[in-house]
Every structure is written in C-alpha cells, then in structure tokens.
Design a protein around this ligand. Structure first.
Ligand code: MF3
Ligand code: CO
Length: 250
C-alpha cells in the first residue's frame, strides 16, 4: 500500500532532506585524491548525529555504515573502506537521514581529481537522467512515465540502465511502495497523486546493465567492469509540481 503524506509530513521530510543536502555539500568539499571513503563515512555519521538526526542506513538489515560508497565499477551498496581514493576515480555516496522519524534519501556521484572524458560524460548523463525523471513526477502521470523518460534519454546517449535496483516510496520507512524503475513503458504503473513521496535514483553503466554481487553479500558491480554512476533525490508529488526534498540548491 502507498502511504500518502500530509503537508505537515512533507515539511518534516524537507527538514531531513535539508540536513542531507548539507551533508552532500560538505562531502563535495572533502572529495579529493588521498581521502578514503571510510573517513567520509565517519564524518557523515558524526555530522548527522551532531545535527540531531540518525544515519538510517546504519543497522538497516545488518548494514554497518552510515553511507554506501561505490567506486568506479561498483553500482551501489559499496562498503566505505580505508584505501584512499585515487585521481581519476568516480565515487557515489548514498545515505538516508532520519530526522524526528521522517526520512530523506539522496545519492550523488563525485569526480576525484581529474577524470576521463568518458567518465565525465557518464556523470553528466546520469545527473540529467535524474532531472528528466523529476520533470515527469507530476500529479496525473504514472510511474511508467518517469521510467520511460529516463530510459529513452539514457539509451539515446549510448549508456545502459541498471534493472536490479529501483527507486521507491519513502516516508517513515526507507522502502515503501511503489517501486520506481528507471526503465519501462509510458502510461503503466501506479498513478501519481498529491502527497506521494518517492525516490528517483538512476544507476547508469557505460557498458552492460547486468550486475554481480560481491562476496560481502551487498556490493553490486558491473558485470563487464565498466564504470557506473548514480544520482538520487527524494521527491514529493504535489499539485504545484514536484518538490525536491533533498535539494542542494540555495
Ligand atoms: N539509500 C539506498 C536507497 O536508495 C538504500 C541503501 S541500502 C542500505 O534505497 F542498507 F545501505 F541502507
Ligand atoms: Co539512497
């Protein structure tokens, strides 16, 4: 069942989202060759807790960290580690903030130092894909309209869309209905109504879309070793249009 949020609940989610956006702004300043994703994870945990929130991923289904940190061919659910990031890497930092019982979820891919032209293009297309999806997150559309717009754009750019991980409803729980695939058929799927809150979080690969899971049981990486990127926002559907709960602007 899809939980519809009241205006007050959306306001609470916006507070969680603001905190999360501020964390990403801090991460953007920290990312450079030599820093480790473990250090970033420690920073994030401390920052969220000292601002009155909780890093919801920590302890979720046994996950041990505040963030997922997925480097290069890792698609998602990468474990933070002490090995430093290198010039030319790309890294996706994903996290969920719980503030007063309401959650917000956002992932962002970062360039470490100077990256290749191909990697830069991947980041650009993946971020565009997120915003193309957000444009379709309007009352009266269906989930499939979001899915299809993203797929059409990304495949037109020659990249592929991960199938095995999708966006989701979110509120007091990290994962609620509906599922939000980043590929699909327009006019299909649940109708978008006022008060729905969902994540849109395309994971895009340069090569094939299939993934393999590491021995740690969590980390997904591309089957062909190609680079993968992801941008994710939490979005509220309202009569006035989509509200980006985790916006980093202003
Ligand atoms: N933030 C992720 C999402 O977008 C969930 C991470 S899984 C966890 O759905 F276990 F690490 F929390
Ligand atoms: Co996320």
């Amino acid at each position: 069942m899809i939980y519809i949020k009241s205006r007050e609940e959306i306001e609470k989610m916006k507070k969680a989202g603001k905190l999360l956006a501020n964390v990403h702004k801090e991460i953007a300043k920290m990312i450079k060759p030599g820093i480790s994703t473990y250090e970033i994870d420690q920073f994030v945990e401390e920052y969220i807790i000292s601002h009155g929130g909780y890093p919801e991923q920590k302890g979720y289904k046994g996950y041990q960290f505040a963030t997922c940190a997925s480097v290069n061919d890792e698609i998602c659910h990468g474990f933070p580690r002490k090995e430093p990031l290198k010039d030319g890497d790309i890294v996706t930092i994903d996290m969920v903030v719980n503030l007063d019982g309401y959650l917000a979820d956002s992932a962002w891919s970062y360039a470490v130092g100077n990256i290749s032209e191909k990697a830069r293009k991947l980041l650009e297309v993946t971020k565009n894909a997120l915003y193309i999806g957000i444009e379709k997150a309007v009352v009266g559309n269906r989930i499939g309209d979001i899915s299809h717009a993203i797929q059409t754009y990304v495949e037109g750019e020659g990249f592929s869309i991960v199938r095995d991980f999708v966006g989701h409803g979110i509120g007091r729980n990290m994962h609620e209905e509906p599922q939000v695939p980043h590929f699909g058929i327009p006019g299909r799927g649940p109708r978008l109504v006022e008060g729905m809150v969902i994540t849109i979080e395309p994971m895009i690969n340069i090569g094939r879309y299939e993934c393999v899971i590491d021995d740690n049981g969590w980390t997904a990486r591309t089957i062909d070793g190609s680079l993968s990127a992801q941008y994710e926002h939490t979005i509220a559907i309202t009569r006035e249009g989509p509200i980006i709960i985790t916006d980093q602007e202003e």
